[in-house]
Write a protein that binds this ligand. Structure first.
Ligand SMILES: Nc1ncnc2c1ncn2[C@@H]1O[C@H](COP(=O)(O)OP(=O)(O)OP(=O)(O)O)[C@@H](O)[C@H]1O
Length: 303
């Protein structure tokens, strides 16, 4: 398992990461969420061994992860890291890139492995294309396949689908995470996107200014968000009587004491997001139908 014990780290004067303890068991997926600048990437880099830790320890199984002061080459064979800015050589093909670190001794085995990886990232038709001719999203998929090539024990992913269009994202997510589960590869995913978490992550670490704001399963954090930051990750929400209420937890009914005036309706696909005024405060809720502006509605909160 991955174990983080009492670490703290800063680039200059300000502390960027301060975590007491964190554990990720074998084969599990941990999602790290938090606002921009909360320290998600820095945490991944510390786990990778990119920086020396002034305080605390990180272990993968029995191996202590050490930084550049102790290692001439950053990183360990059992761990791969796909950064936000992935660097690929432009003049070689997708196939050559993915196979870069695979042994050429057993040619057939190598080819089979490359084909398997191309299938996972849905790039089979691009195997002979040079990297320079790929889109940003396609390059990101090549970087993922390259990181998986030698089957790491632990995979660190920083916004792994950020360059990939929605059309591809859904199926790619499913095929990547089911591959990781099947191979029992432990993964840590830094993300802004709830769809990277729901249905895939076993646990979630919420970072705020480098510290743990919460840690739990996605289900628990979704149903009991203790902080607006957590609710905002999952969707539109209101604070009513000091409680967090998601937009979908408010419904229009025939009669109630809770009366609001509709200000705007936004088409969201299978529902409308309605902006309204309740006691001179703005609230948001969902409705199956578009509601006319200035219409008065009776609301019920279903928590
Ligand atoms: N190389 C660096 N030198 C100095 N400060 C840095 C460096 N990298 C990051 N920081 C600072 O550390 C803090 C955490 O940055 P980090 O990139 O870890 O956040 P993040 O949560 O991953 O953000 P994002 O979601 O925008 O990627 C930020 O205040 C950032 O400005």
């Amino acid at each position: 398992m991955l174990q983080i014990k009492d670490i703290s780290f800063s680039y200059n004067v300000n502390k960027v990461i301060e975590l007491n303890s964190l554990q990720v068991n074998l084969g599990k997926t941990l999602a790290v969420i938090g606002e921009s600048g909360s320290g998600k990437s820095t945490l991944l880099k510390l786990i990778y061994g990119q920086y020396d830790l002034p305080k605390g320890e990180i272990f993968w199984k029995d191996t202590q992860i050490l930084g550049p002061a102790f290692n001439l080459v950053i990183g360990y064979d059992f761990m791969k890291y796909v950064a936000q800015e992935f660097e690929l050589m432009p003049y070689i093909t997708v196939q050559e890139t993915i196979g870069q670190y695979l042994s050429s001794f057993y040619k057939e085995k190598k080819q089979k492995r490359i084909e398997e990886l191309l299938k996972i990232v849905e790039l089979t038709n691009f195997s002979q294309t040079k990297i320079q001719f790929l889109s940003g999203g396609q390059k990101q998929r090549v970087a993922l396949a390259k990181a998986l090539a030698k089957e790491p024990e632990i995979l660190l992913l920083d916004e792994p689908f950020s360059h990939i269009d929605n059309f591809k994202k859904q199926s790619l997510r499913r095929s990547l995470f089911s591959y990781l589960k099947q191979k029992k590869i432990t993964s840590i995913v830094a993300t802004h996107d709830k769809d990277d978490v729901l249905g895939f992550a076993d646990n979630m670490l919420v970072l705020h200014k480098g510290k743990q704001l919460d840690y739990n399963t996605p289900q628990d954090l979704y149903h009991n968000p203790k902080h607006p930051l957590i609710a905002s990750f999952f969707g539109e929400y209101n604070i009513i009587d000091n409680k967090i209420v998601y937009a979908h937890q408010i419904k229009v009914i025939d009669k109630s004491e809770l009366k609001a005036k509709v200000k705007n309706s936004y088409f969201k696909g299978h529902y409308f997001l309605i902006e309204a005024e309740l006691d001179e405060e703005k609230i948001v809720f969902t409705s199956e139908y578009k509601l006319d502006n200035e219409r008065s509605v009776n609301l019920k909160i279903k928590t």
